[in-house]
Design a protein around this ligand. Sequence first.
Ligand code: UD1
Ligand code: MG
Length: 474
Amino acid sequence: MTGNLNNSTTPPVDVVIMAAGKGTRMKSRLPKVLHQLAGRALVQHVVDTAADLSARQVTVITGHGAEEVEAALKASAKGEFVLNFVRQEPQLGTGHAVQQTVPVLQNDGVVVILSGDVPLTQADTLRQLIAASAGTQLALLTIDFANPTGYGRIARSGDAVQSIVEQKDATPEQLAITEVYSGIMAVPALQLKRWLARLDNHNAQGEYYLTQIVAFAVADGVPVVAHKITDAVQVAGVNSPVQLAELERACQQRLALQLMEQGVRLADPARLDVRGQLQCAQDVSIDVNCVFEGEVSLGEGVRVGANCVIKNASIAAGAVIHPFTHIEGGQPGSKDAVEVGAGALIGPFARLRPGARLGAEVHIGNFVEVKNSTLAKGAKANHLAYLGDATLGERVNYGAGSITANYDGAFKHRTIIEADVHIGSNCVLIAPVTIGAGGTVGGGSTLTKNTAPLALTVARGRQISIPNWKRPSK
Ligand code: UD1
Ligand code: MG
């Protein structure tokens, strides 16, 4: 659900994403926030959540790997909001990070502060947080942790929040507090700017803590509300490959659950990976260890066998994708996306590459590779074959071991096989070439010239036998 908070009763939402940190524990050359979770960069998840909130502007604070992070986010920007980047160099703490955004923040908004390495916060949770701030209050997202070590503690006097105390500054009594600050807050922009100007670094770490603003709010008489949640996944950060893998599982579990709630039958929800968008009609079933990437749609009754990898493809109703099939479509919506027609049978061990467009009831069998080719209804290539840059008419039967020789070393050429043609086994069709409708090509033929409709064409050495042949002997 996309809720629009930008109406007359609620202030515009401006999102700030902290993403300047180094991510030392990832032990990677890639900036931490660009590591992938469910097929998207960590920080992209956060930006997409901001889009879900109908944010007016999203400001990303970059530092380590700034160029790379900015380039990645610009490349995927959809223009639903203003995307700003501010640099923080050197990194002197979370408060110092948010100070960098002051020049680009408007005064009339409510600012939601997020981290680029906390990818699974749900938009609904943030809507509740924004509602708790009511445009005038400081709202903190908090959670109870049995082991709160390392987190800022929510210090209260009675019920009222007084301050956030960082681990290294806490007294033994404060260390016993289990309610912690998640790192996420919603705060009126004008107040935020005033409080940011007052931050100091007189603390155990010598950093400018964003969390110091809580004490300023209390001193200024601005109510501080804690919106406490119980779902730890929503505030979990990624600091190491182990945590990344844990969140990947949590994310996949969530996606698997959603699919099953829609009626999709998953042989095992723990053995499914969706790295993009998977749309399923009614009565789809998916066996174990399948990976879906990019945009994939499965029509009614589609069955996907075990161990298939399917990227950017639309698979029409009733098609069966047998085990170990690899489908790799190009750009979604382009002619390079893969299409599989209704009732088609694909695999096992089939490979469909960019631009494979298969009509209804097409059969593609084991070890058959199809690239940039159109197969009309009922065409079949059942065994060990290559179809590249080819157009096949209805009911064509393409024999085992046959290939289209589509590349002359410089250019690609098309092979056209008209309706009802029967290509024998082990043929080489040297493109450009057209096989006329209803024709037959004898097994083992190498074709360089077009053939007439209904003709039988044989292009191979004639078989000869020499009777009673004696092999040479010493
Ligand atoms: C912060 C909070 C703590 C909270 C915890 C939740 C502060 C002072 N403390 O602590 O109360 O419980 O998050 O995870 O805010 N970053 C920058 N520039 C900097 C420093 C950090 O961009 O100069 C970014 C980091 O990349 C990260 C985020 O800010 O995305 C949080 O920084 P981190 O160092 O993890 O803060 P914590 O010490 O964990
Ligand atoms: Mg942290």
